[in-house]
Design a protein around this ligand. Structure first.
Ligand SMILES: [Zn+2]
Length: 443
């Protein structure tokens, strides 16, 4: 038997630490979303004075209703996911799946069993999450007029996602599992190196090979816009072929712009939905913001941070996967004959989030700092007035609330609340502080 008396005591403390993190993070999330809903509801009836000239009451109320509706569904989803996590771990769901997969091990071998466990888990949890993503897409987004996904597209996306996941995920999973079994007690350093190499490779492969499976990416067509954009890119020292327009309108009316990639694959992507709403100077300003992320080395900094966090994660897994009480304390029985590496990996990925949740405000703070820096870069290279106008349109297209709860925003927001962002841009560009007047002469 694996569980001697001293082990079961330690296993109990593993269970208790997990339950404590789970309960604390659950309560913190409930408290935060309760605050957000109350704050948004209290400010639903009037547009904040700073936005009085630019945002209509109708748009403001739509944003409030959308935010509250999403929070309500989000709370139910949270309760479901929390119960499911307890079901997988302490109540023995993962153990059940594992015992069943183990019964196949003599037939498919140790690696077959381990990959089978990962695939079985991925399929089951995907299936259990399916009702939520169906509801969010075809009810919630639909109700607010954002959804443009058809059921056929939804199904195709799901199938393609599974194929890509298998083609990309299975080889890397097999390689890491092999290292866990064959590389001795420092396997986690090797696995980390492989994982980092994989991430760098994905930075090149994702934008060029994977994203095009789901969307069309085309160079900017409009000649007036092109000229402006190429001028800016040349000023900032960025390859002119790095700007793409994506057919985001196939799935949703939400607009966005983002930067991605590495080396020759690095690019800025505009959703066609956003592009259709902006005039050429505004497009230039948004692009300048995205280029700011490259110029201020945000991509590199994020990568270094991700490298450091993954190293800590792999080191921790290296330690935990040798302790029987890690498994027993979380409701699974490790096998005495077959390798337990896939089981350890799954268990680790399941129980880590309630702990790392408490890092959210730090990461969000860091991200907001980058957004301010990218805005400042855009004000230098382009026009703060145009950037403000573009941000307001982006905000409206996504029905983002202008009145978030301050604590909620500090905790979660990867982008500063619109009021703070526009105030900072005004200060940098020497514009009048009332952002309501910004739009005045722009268009
Ligand atoms: Zn940004």
């Amino acid at each position: 038997m694996l569980s001697s008396d001293s082990w079961s005591v330690s296993a109990l403390s593993v269970s208790l630490a997990f339950v404590a993190a789970l309960v604390l993070s659950f309560l913190a999330k409930l408290w935060l979303s309760g605050r957000q809903v109350r704050h948004v509801a209290q400010h639903r009836d009037s547009v904040p004075p700073a936005f009085a000239g630019t945002v209509s009451l109708k748009a403001h109320q739509k944003a409030a209703d959308y935010t509250m509706a999403r929070s309500r569904v989000g709370t139910l989803h949270l309760a479901f996911d929390t119960a499911l996590l307890v079901g997988w771990t302490l109540l023995g769901g993962l153990d059940l799946l594992n015992q069943w997969m183990l019964s196949w091990e003599p037939l498919i071998g140790p690696m077959g069993y381990q990959l089978g466990l990962l695939v079985g888990f991925a399929l089951l949890s995907g299936l259990l999450d399916l009702p939520w993503s169906l509801y969010n897409t075809f009810r919630l987004e639909q109700r607010f007029g954002f959804n443009r996904t058809t059921l056929r597209l939804f199904v195709m996306d799901g199938l393609k996602g599974m194929v890509v996941g298998a083609v990309v995920g299975l080889p890397i999973a097999a390689l890491i599992l092999w290292l866990m079994g064959a590389a001795g007690h420092t396997w986690w350093m090797w696995a980390w190196a492989v994982w980092m190499g994989f991430n760098l490779l994905m930075l090149v492969v994702y934008p060029t090979l994977i994203a095009p499976l789901f969307n069309k990416f085309e160079p900017l067509a409009d000649p007036t816009m092109r000229e402006r954009v190429e001028g800016l890119m040349a000023r900032c020292g960025f390859a002119a072929k790095g700007l793409f327009v994506m057919d985001g309108s196939r799935r949703s009316a939400h607009g966005n712009a983002y930067f991605t990639g590495l080396g020759a694959s690095k690019r800025v992507v505009f959703f066609d939905t956003l592009l259709s709403r902006l005039n050429p100077p505004e497009v230039e300003a948004v692009l300048a913001h995205e280029l700011g992320h490259f110029k201020r080395r945000h991509v590199l900094k994020r990568m270094v941070m991700m490298f450091a966090l993954s190293l800590a994660g792999f080191a921790l897994l290296g330690l935990l996967s040798t302790l029987p009480q890690f498994f027993l304390g979380l409701g699974v029985r490790p096998s005495l004959t077959a390798p337990n590496d896939a089981l350890a990996l799954l268990l680790f990925m399941l129980v880590l989030p309630p702990f790392t949740f408490f890092l959210t405000p730090l990461m969000a703070f860091w991200s907001r700092k980058h957004e301010f820096e990218a805005d400042a870069y855009a004000c230098e290279q382009s026009s703060g007035r145009d950037l403000s106008a573009a941000l307001l349109k982006l905000h409206e297209d996504n029905a983002g609330t202008l009145t978030p709860d301050p604590v909620f925003a500090r905790f979660y927001y990867s982008h500063p609340p619109a009021s703070e962002r526009l105030a900072a841009i005004s200060a940098l560009s020497g514009l009048p502080t009332g952002v309501g007047r910004l739009d005045g002469g722009a268009a």
